[in-house]
Design a protein around this ligand. Sequence first.
Ligand SMILES: Cc1ncc(COP(=O)(O)O)c(C=O)c1O
Length: 188
Amino acid sequence: MASIKHKNTKRIEGLDKNVWVAFTSVAADPSIVNLGQGYPDIPPPSYVKEGLAQAAMVDRLNQYTRSFGHPTLVKLDPFKEILVIVGEYGSWFSTMQALVEEGDEVIFIEPFFDCYVPMVKMAGGKPVLIPLRLVGYSISSADWVLDQEELASKFNSKTKAIIINTPNNPIGKEFYFIYFFIYFFYNN
Ligand SMILES: Cc1ncc(COP(=O)(O)O)c(C=O)c1O
């Protein structure tokens, strides 16, 4: 049997486990209902599928695109009309690789989507976690809040970014007040 000669880089050491792998394996048992992952139970609308099929039939759209973006697309206003990304994982990964230097700190609000930690670690950064605290009766996600002093204590000269996922996955909470503070913190 051929032996595997390659060795993974240090960058990805310890990043092989994640919630998807764990839960998908457990939920492979048909007697288990997987509540950990939502699947759309309706197909996409017909006009979307038809539009996609028509676009795929146009021969000038199946070539490499212009390096500076397709003219129809770059005419749109990225602040008001459109945001094109390669999926959320891909865009977060690219953002972290582009912005996070070795030793930089990135703050996440707990609970958070699982992919942020490995992305920050792979970029050489350090995840800094702040949990939502329960202040009410947990009737709604509004009962879970950020303690402002605790949040302030997480920032220091190494803080590069805070990731705000709103509405939050997994709890659906919206961080209304924080809309005004979505920015990256540069060290100098
Ligand atoms: C907060 C969050 N991040 C990342 C993802 C993954 O998105 P994508 O499949 O576009 O990479 C999801 C998907 O639901 C999400 O809710």
